[in-house]
Design a protein around this ligand. Structure first.
Ligand code: PLP
Length: 194
């Protein structure tokens, strides 16, 4: 059986390792990448061994997309990887992730409707609840808080449904001053809305 890691979200530094599988001490047979790899352009990659790639070809596996072998996006992907390495953005994700997580945990000490802070590196989640002991998700509250933040210059990705979670994944290049600015806006939002 092959182990496939989908690192569309976690790949290329975001969790504080170049790849999240490093944290688990595992090397997958197949790795998928997108998002960060293209820096906003439609670029994704499937990374595997020569043996597995050859076996796929022998078994007539085929896959096509509009941008297959597009040299422009490939060049962008290469520049992204080189920049992550040369600007030490994996270390930056560890350091700024810690700074952001500490700031979010500080907010949690002051605002009862924050149910949990979790994640790794610069991929963090803030659970928004109606009540911290029951952990009942605060979907309406999250929407109001998100609108408040947006009006004040902070766009936060919402995960709704069975949970109400802010998915916080800022650029790997974020600065302390930008983190402080974001935390202040969140703080004001919770103070104003609860
Ligand atoms: C975990 C995961 N895998 C795959 C995808 C699909 O990525 P793409 O649309 O860049 O191919 C996404 C997109 O949100 C994702 O979050």
């Amino acid at each position: 059986m092959l182990l496939i890691y989908d690192e569309a979200q976690t790949g290329l530094g975001r969790t504080g390792d170049m790849f999240a599988f490093e944290f688990d001490g595992i090397v997958p047979d197949i790795l998928t990448l997108s998002k960060t790899l293209g820096a906003g352009l439609p670029l994704a990659a499937v990374v595997t061994s020569v043996d597995i790639a050859d076996a796929c070809r022998e078994r007539k596996f085929s896959h096509f997309t509009s941008h297959t072998s597009d040299p422009f996006t490939a060049e962008v992907g290469l520049a992204v990887v080189q920049t992550i390495v040369s600007e030490k953005l994996v270390t930056q994700a560890v350091e700024m992730g810690r700074y952001l997580e500490d700031g979010l945990k500080q907010l949690m000490t002051r605002h009862e409707n924050i149910g949990d802070i979790r994640g790794r590196g610069l991929l963090l989640g803030m659970e928004i609840v109606e009540d911290r002991s029951s952990r009942e998700p605060g979907n309406d509250r999250m929407n109001q808080l998100s609108s408040y933040c947006f009006k004040n210059g902070l766009n936060i990705n919402r995960v709704g449904g069975r949970h109400a979670v802010w998915r916080i994944a800022p650029p790997l290049t974020i600065t302390e001053a930008e983190v402080d600015q974001a935390l202040n806006i969140m703080d004001e939002a919770f103070t104003s809305i609860g």
